[in-house]
Design a protein around this ligand. Structure first.
Ligand code: SAH
Ligand code: SF4
Ligand code: F3S
Length: 445
């Protein structure tokens, strides 16, 4: 039996693509192994969102070069799509290069590899297909990803994704609902709907559901207790999505709505398709919702042309929104992106300085926000146990990390009793900038 090893870099879409790739390989008689040394086929599912991410991939390819004699090496994902056949020149020990828009052809590509082809590629972006597979290997038995839309039709000036993942393709609502029901029947209670822009979802079948309508339908699938989605794009974000969340507690009260910058003029140079005011209007809808919706975001500092005044606007926006958490990045020049026409005028030091200011400001906001949870009882979906701290770990509906003790089950019992996968009310007793701590008082029924 052929053995494969796979390593995944990048976002949740890549993580889930790998799960589907694993399913495809296992369905063809391959078995997965934990180390490259045991494998005949080494796969790297790669990310090129920032220069560092791409460098990491090439470093890995150099590292494995000596150990990969007699093995087949494949590069999948966004670096594969972006660099294409150039990867064979930089890393001659690679024999497969395929982007995510070609994964439907994986079985065919595997046959080519099995029959000894040395250079196999899947690089076309002209596809209507989404990657739907008969088997998916999901490691977590309680939480599952479910792709509803592939690709991206926006053209943010800094971003490689439209070029690495191809045009937007939505799955039919019937196929999405069918997968959600299957997951619930298999015992998954939490699912995360995935897409580069989930809320640009548009059902291609005659049912013609939009994203909010799809959410409502998924929120009714028997057996599911939590439904999340990521990432939403502000331009296509309509109030009906918030109404759907207000109507159904199964839909988690957390929205990730990346703003990137607080300055309208930078947003316009970024080709983000909304102004600061339009963005804040959407935030107001969330703040006026009946449920307490956690809001998170992505921020880029040091985009070409970002003046001190523009940067100040981003800081002011952080104050105004008071996000529950953010991911923040220094602008990184990417191949073939429209922003290359702008001079990348800020030094690395200045970008780092701005990044530190954003992160310190946000840390303070999170400290203050999280302190409000002390004394509250939060329902936690339990993910695991930390032996070092002797605490159980889990997430609230708002996606806040909670570590807690349980007097009746201080650790997983040797007989197998565990809280993993269950939902418990936890009394929050302490808070920090990135997590809450507390104590559970009841056992799951
Ligand atoms: N589709 C999502 C984002 C996907 S990429 C959206 O539109 O919001 C995840 C994040 O990486 C982006 O939100 C952005 O903040 C960051 N990012 C993307 N390209 C970048 C670049 N060239 N430099 C720095 N950060 C970047
Ligand atoms: Fe990139 Fe913009 Fe598409 Fe998000 S919406 S994936 S940032 S191009
Ligand atoms: Fe990276 Fe591609 Fe995701 S560039 S962030 S793996 S879409």
């Amino acid at each position: 039996m052929k053995k494969f090893y796979i390593e995944t870099f990048g976002c949740q879409m890549n993580v889930h693509d790998s799960e589907k790739v694993i399913g495809t390989l296992v369905g063809r008689g391959y078995s997965q192994v934990e180390t490259p040394d045991e494998a005949d086929l080494l796969l790297y599912n790669t990310c090129s969102i920032r220069d560092k991410a791409e460098q990491k991939v090439f470093n890995r390819l150099v590292e494995i070069k000596k150990r990969s004699r007699d093995k087949v090496v494949g590069v999948l994902g966004c670096v594969a799509q972006q660099e294409g056949e150039k990867i064979f020149e930089r890393a001659p020990h690679v024999s497969l290069v395929a982007g995510s828009a070609s994964y439907n052809r994986l079985p065919e590509m595997l046959v080519q590899i099995e029959t000894g082809h040395r250079r196999v590629t899947g690089l076309s972006l002209e596809t209507e297909d989404t990657f739907e597979v008969p088997f998916t290997r999901r490691d977590n038995p309680h939480k599952a990803f479910l792709t509803i839309i592939e690709g991206c039709d926006k053209s943010c000036a800094y971003c490689v994704v439209p070029m690495t993942r191809g045009p937007e393709r939505s799955r039919t609502s019937a196929s999405v609902l069918d997968e959600a029901r299957r997951l619930a029947a298999e015992g998954y209670t939490e699912i995360t709907l995935l897409g580069q822009n989930v809320n640009s979802y548009r059902d291609p079948s005659p049912a013609g559901l939009d994203f909010a309508q799809l959410l409502r339908r998924i929120g009714q699938v028997d057996g599911l207790r939590r439904v999340r989605f990521t990432t939403s794009h502000p331009r296509d974000f309509v109030k009906d999505i918030i109404d759907a969340i207000d109507e159904n507690p199964i839909l988690c009260n957390h929205i990730h709505l990346p703003v990137q910058s607080g300055s309208t003029s930078i947003l316009s140079r970024m080709q983000r398709l909304y102004t600061r005011e339009e963005y804040l209007r959407r935030i107001n809808w969330m703040k006026n919702a009946r449920r307490d919706i956690a809001i998170t975001s992505d921020i880029i500092v040091g985009f070409p042309g970002e003046t001190d005044a523009d940067f100040e606007q981003t800081l002011r926006l952080l104050e105004e929104v008071r996000y529950d958490s953010i991911f923040s990045f220094k602008y990184s020049q990417r191949p073939n992106t429209p922003a290359l026409q702008y001079e990348d005028h800020l030094t690395e030091e200045e970008k780092s300085r701005r990044l530190t200011i954003v992160q310190e400001r946000q840390r303070q906001i999170q400290l203050e926000r999280n302190a409000n949870y002390v004394g509250a009882i939060e329902e936690v979906h339990i993910d695991g146990y930390n032996r070092a701290t002797r605490q159980w770990l889990g997430k609230t509906s708002q996606h806040k990390q909670v570590c807690f003790t349980h007097p009746m089950l201080p650790e997983p019992a040797s007989g197998g009793a565990t809280l993993e996968g269950t939902y418990l009310p936890v009394r929050i007793t302490r808070s920090g900038p990135v997590s809450l701590a507390g104590e559970a008082a009841v056992l799951p029924n």
